[in-house]
Design a protein around this ligand. Structure first.
Ligand code: TYD
Length: 205
């Protein structure tokens, strides 16, 4: 059993989850809690190299199996090097994306079998599950507009249909497991989203 608390944030591109993670971490640190903030892909040095391959628009030929395995490889390193040690120290670990992103993007988005995603990731994480997953929910049109204002990466360049399938996937995952998931309305002003996130997290502290 881990001593710390593992919280993940999920959502489509431009949902604002990264902003919310920063604000939540600041709040928890101010309250005297030890917090580790991390992300996927790219939460480690090895992961940063994997992330560069995954998001490079030059690799448009990437096979979907290659993609799912690279996300899982990033995750294996992330769990071993960052998440488990932080939980063992007793930290609250907040990760920007985790396995649910692979289910939403590679199963619901790409159409790879769910079993495959679960199996591959089981090897990567060896049973490590978040205690709480917060879905920052925004309509695809809103998220994509925010996310694609500057440069777009290989995944962001996918069709609106793809991103709609991903969003529907996240909604389905949240509906299927209400014990672990909480859905927060990400279309509200940043402070209001933060208040909702705090209300959810304080239930666990
Ligand atoms: P990133 O720039 O970190 O996006 P965001 O700020 O929206 O999290 O890029 C991560 C991209 O990788 C994003 O498009 C989602 C995608 N992704 C997957 O397809 N599968 C996964 O398992 C993970 C972790 C991310």
């Amino acid at each position: 059993m881990s001593a710390g608390l593992f919280i993940t944030f999920e959502g489509i591109e431009g949902s604002g989850k990264t902003t919310q993670i920063v604000q939540l971490a600041e709040h928890l640190k101010a309250a005297g809690r030890a917090v580790t903030v991390t992300r996927e892909p790219g939460g480690t040095k090895v992961g940063a190299a994997i992330r560069a391959i995954l998001l490079d628009p030059d690799f448009s030929e990437m096979d979907y199996h290659t993609e799912v395995l690279l996300y899982a490889a990033d995750r294996a390193q992330h769990v071993a090097q960052v998440i488990r040690p932080a939980l063992a120290r007793g930290d609250i670990v907040i990760s920007d994306r985790y396995i649910d992103s692979s289910i939403a993007y590679q199963h619901y988005g790409r159409g790879l079998p769910l079993d495959l995603i679960i199996d591959v990731n089981e090897h990567a994480v060896q049973g490590l599950k978040p205690s709480l997953t917060i879905l920052i929910d925004v309509p695809t049109a809103v998220g994509l507009k925010r996310a694609t204002e500057v440069e777009t990466d290989r995944i962001e360049q996918e069709s609106a249909d793809f991103h709609n399938r991903v969003a529907a996937g996240f909604a389905q995952l949240a509906a299927d497991d209400p014990e672990r998931w909480r859905v927060v309305d990400g279309t509200q002003p940043i402070d209001a989203v933060h208040r909702d996130v705090l209300a959810v997290v304080s239930g666990l502290l």
